[in-house]
Design a protein around this ligand. Structure first.
Ligand code: ADP
Ligand code: F6P
Length: 324
């Protein structure tokens, strides 16, 4: 173990995700347990550049493990996309004696973390995003809470949709990826799951499928549409016009990002926070904390970002087999 790293910082960046607070708590408490001082940086890279930095002691992270959102607040920061902003960020770290930073966020935040590392600040990334779209890891903090929230909301929609014998289109988050869509769709028995990864835009086929459901005397037809496909309302209008079946589009939106984190999110965030502190203590930099085969490991941040993620083939297979 290296005694070089005496003070570490922690920030949350990009979209918030349930479980980020559990990760912050783990970084603060594990940091202290390892004899380091921990500084909380508010509002991501924006707060770093504005020097919104305060010491965080173990008692400052009491009663946050169960809370959604991030107590450090989060932001998107254009200035940090530029070289001058990145150099300024590293200078500010040096001014506060911060030798290492834990960045909790998505792949955009990882790009920023690489820049900090290039400018001499030891940097570790923890995957915090509901989208599950970071290729190096099989799990990202917040995904489990988000899909459970989506699943519960869709169950409610199904009740009213069935009572009125309607078709229901539910748009879920995920940015350009369909991970939330396929998990939400499989868990609610959706008739169609449309993901940007493989949706070919063929609406005629969906219209035919809705008609087929009606022929089979189904009281509802549920379509999960990933936000990356857009056009949920247009899809609803077209289905209603071509089938005569009353159709509603519901955009679940930001409720998927809020709420108390599930057990899985809290525990994974805790393990990843501890791992990040251990990596900094060992003098490591430019590393991404990941989950592989259920174990917490680390890899080079640049290599992590170069990886491509696709939808798990077993999930695709289940979607194809269970579609009636
Ligand atoms: P996420 O981390 O959830 O993917 P964003 O893509 O919005 O969210 O990125 C969060 C922040 O990370 C951005 O506002 C910016 O400050 C920083 N960032 C993103 N891309 C880069 C980049 N190429 N270089 C430096 N910083 C970046
Ligand atoms: O990355 C998380 C996420 O919630 C995406 O699923 C979504 O596309 C995006 O952030 C929404 O961002 P904003 O909160 O800026 O509207």
């Amino acid at each position: 173990m290296s005694d070089q790293v005496k003070t570490i910082g922690v920030l949350t960046s990009g979209g918030d995700a349930p479980g980020m607070n559990a990760a912050i708590r783990a970084v603060v408490r594990a940091g202290y347990a390892r004899g380091m001082k921990v500084m909380g940086i508010e509002r991501g890279y924006a707060g770093l550049l504005n020097e919104e930095i305060r010491e965080m002691r173990p008692q400052d992270v009491s009663n946050i493990i169960e809370r959604g959102g991030t107590i450090l607040l989060t932001a998107r920061c254009k200035e940090f996309m530029e070289e001058a902003g990145q150099k300024k960020g590293a200078e500010i770290c040096r001014k506060y004696g911060i030798d290492g930073i834990v960045v909790i966020g998505g792949d955009g935040s990882y790009q920023g973390a690489i820049k900090l590392s290039e400018n001499g600040v030891n940097t570790i990334g923890i995957p915090g995003t509901i989208d599950l779209d970071i290729a190096c890891t099989e799990y990202t903090i917040g995904f489990d809470t988000a899909v459970n929230t989506a699943m519960e909301a869709i169950d409610r929609l199904r009740d009213t949709s069935s009572s009125h014998e309607r078709c229901s289109i539910v748009e879920v988050m995920g940015r350009h990826a369909g991970h939330i869509a396929i998990w939400a769709g499989l868990s609610t028995g959706a008739e169609d799951i449309l993901m940007p990864e493989d949706f070919d835009g063929n609406i005629d086929r969906i219209v035919e499928h809705v008609k087929e459901s009606r022929r089979l005397k189904k009281t509802h037809h549920l379509i999960i549409n990933a936000e990356g496909n857009k056009n949920s309302q247009e899809l609803a209008d077209r289905i209603e016009a071509e089938t005569g079946i009353s159709t509603r589009a519901t955009i679940l939106g930001h409720i998927q990002r809020g709420g108390s984190p599930t057990c899985r999110d809290r525990v994974t965030a805790t393990l990843m926070g501890v791992k990040a502190v251990d990596l900094l203590k060992e003098g490591k930099t430019n590393r991404a904390v990941c989950m592989r085969d259920g174990r917490i490991i680390d890899m080079d941040l640049g290599e992590a970002l170069a990886m491509q993620k696709s939808i798990d083939p077993e999930l695709l297979n289940a979607r194809a087999l269970l579609k009636r």
